[in-house]
Design a binder for this molecule. Sequence first.
Ligand code: IPM
Ligand code: MN
Length: 353
Amino acid sequence: MKLKIAVLPGDGIGPEISAQGVEVTKAVCEKFGHEVTFEHALCGADAIDKVGDPFPEETFRICQEADAVLFSAVGDPKYDNDPTAKVRPEQGLLAMRKKLGLFANIRPVQTFPCLLHKSPLKDELVEGADFICIRELTGGMYFGEKHEGSDMAYDTNKYTRPEVERILKVAFEYARKRRKHLTVVDKANVLASSRLWRKVAQEMAPAYPDVTTDYMYVDNAAMRMIQEPRFFDVMVTENTFGDILTDEGSCISGSMGLLPSASTGSGTPVFEPIHGSWPQAKGQDIANPLAQILSVAMLFEHLGLMEEGRLVRRAVDASLDAEVRTPDIQAPGAPRYGTRQVGAWIADYIRRN
Ligand code: IPM
Ligand code: MN
């Protein structure tokens, strides 16, 4: 297969983990005889500094022309504590999602047997937890009408029926392919937008008789996720709730550096870690590249290249077993490995196996 991949490294640790994602992609393509080309493009604070726009037109064009986007992270402390900044790195990520029509964000929450102790939750609670959060990505408060005055400000949590239907369809179909259990997470006891979600879900559920559908308020879901994470199989929710619950989900796995995601919809799909740009670690070669590398696995799987995806996952598991791990997940007393060494080890494993 011929593959054209747009690479958006972004800010902070972004470029370091991006390079490992590219190495692993190259190794897989060599191994399976795919012809791959990479085109790097600017985004985030890096793009603001260089061209004054966090998602420049040129980047949009490169993404549109690619088969997939490998995205890393955006964000810079110089904008975090400046609420008056007119342009912010995160706007680049939101513009990318909106312009590429990526309404479905798939965030798997998985555990790794050898890392159970890394979770702040008890081993026996997290062992075997394996669910997917499907987060709506182009609607809700992130994109609704806003007003920002000095004495009054608001965001609007608006959803239309077609927006709700298309994301629920993705969720029902995922549930069908997994353990056939869908949890619709909302706040229907308070929010009108949530009542629309619940109504539409109840209307659609009979078309998926093989799927057990339940409904849960988001506050309750946040609690249930840490009390009984194994309860969940597929969870679907709106943009803001999904943002919050998936950070919580990363605690089940034990490190933010482990969770990949895929954003899909009408345009080129984007594969990215769920974590941020961790500016404090920039340039130190300590960032965990596994979330980025597992995003590469999702990229191949999305293109129907299942064997390629499986090999990436196997290589990641092998690196964990061999204790070739970055400091955030390293076993006590085991040697220290940097971002580059972990990436190189995994790419090498792929070439040899
Ligand atoms: C995420 C991030 C983004 C979001 C930020 C960086 C805008 O937290 O992908 O979860 O809120 O969607
Ligand atoms: Mn987030």
